[in-house]
Design a binder for this molecule. Structure first.
Ligand code: ADP
Length: 244
């Protein structure tokens, strides 16, 4: 089998391929209410990773027999568009997308007051329009904002980012190439107000110390993302108050 040479991901000055230092996030852009037809929506961009989230509901659950008498069901679909990756992604849901939909749903369930909407359903759609690493975490960040934008009562928001080990260094916010050729990739989702971990996965190997360092770095990055989330919501409410 043909072997591709592993690229050097961090240079002698500690700079990553895109010029970032180990603890830098990619340029971040967060907006809410970006789609007109859904009840709530958000857009999250981290460098070249671009993700939309849309929320419908709470509405009557279909089929009815799946509804719950004491709370709403939360449906979540994480999906990558065919044009989001270098090689055209197959149409339809892959096993990876089914798994990511589940872990993102479980994270969201931990913050939404589902018990306020018995027999209803809340649908969350995440569409990755361009993938350059960290799509599940950008998707979770966007989904929690879209829920807030839809006015669904939540304990708090969720912000998420991946950390990992690249050329022996612990780094924040892995790009696709760092994810592919690095030694480890650890997506982390946190509800920042209570500092609760709501998503944690680890692909690859890290020592205990590296894990701790990675988690601290993720918390730092998440604080920045959380501030941008709050800013996006504030902007929306300021402009709707001006219009009123
Ligand atoms: P995440 O996007 O959350 O980091 P992965 O670690 O599974 O999730 O994927 C890393 C990157 O690999 C993605 O962001 C994307 O750029 C690429 N990738 C994932 N799935 C596919 C696919 N089916 N086809 C092509 N590229 C993919």
């Amino acid at each position: 089998m043909e072997q591709t040479a592993r690229p050097k991901l961090i240079d002698e000055n500690g700079r990553r391929l895109d010029g970032r230092g180990p603890t830098d996030l990619r340029p971040l852009r967060i907006e809410v209410s970006v789609l007109e037809k859904s009840d709530g929506s958000a857009y999250v961009e981290l460098g070249k990773t671009k993700v939309f989230a849309a929320v419908y509901g709470p509405k009557e659950a279909h089929p009815k027999h799946l509804s719950l008498p004491d709370r709403a069901i939360l449906n979540c679909r994480y999906h990558m568009t065919s044009f989001s990756t270098d090689e055209r992604k197959t149409l339809g849901m892959t096993r990876r997308e089914v798994e990511l939909s589940k872990v993102i749903r479980e994270a969201l369930e931990s913050v939404v007051f589902l018990e306020e909407f018995p027999r209803s359903a809340i649908d969350v759609f995440i569409e990755v329009v361009q993938a350059d690493g960290g799509t599940r975490t950008a998707g979770l960040t966007a989904a929690s904002l879209a829920l807030a934008d839809a006015g669904i009562p939540m304990r708090e928001l969720i912000a998420a980012v991946a950390v990992g080990k690249v050329d022996g260094r612990i780094v924040l916010d892995l790009s696709d190439v760092e994810d592919k050729y690095g030694e480890a990739d650890m997506p982390v989702g946190i509800a920042p107000r209570s500092n609760t971990i709501v998503l944690l996965q680890l692909n690859g190997k890290m020592t205990k110390d590296e894990f701790r360092q990675g988690l601290m770095l993720a918390q730092m990055g998440i604080q920045k993302i959380y501030q941008a989330q709050c800013e996006a919501l504030r902007k929306k409410y300021e402009s709707s108050m001006r219009e009123a």
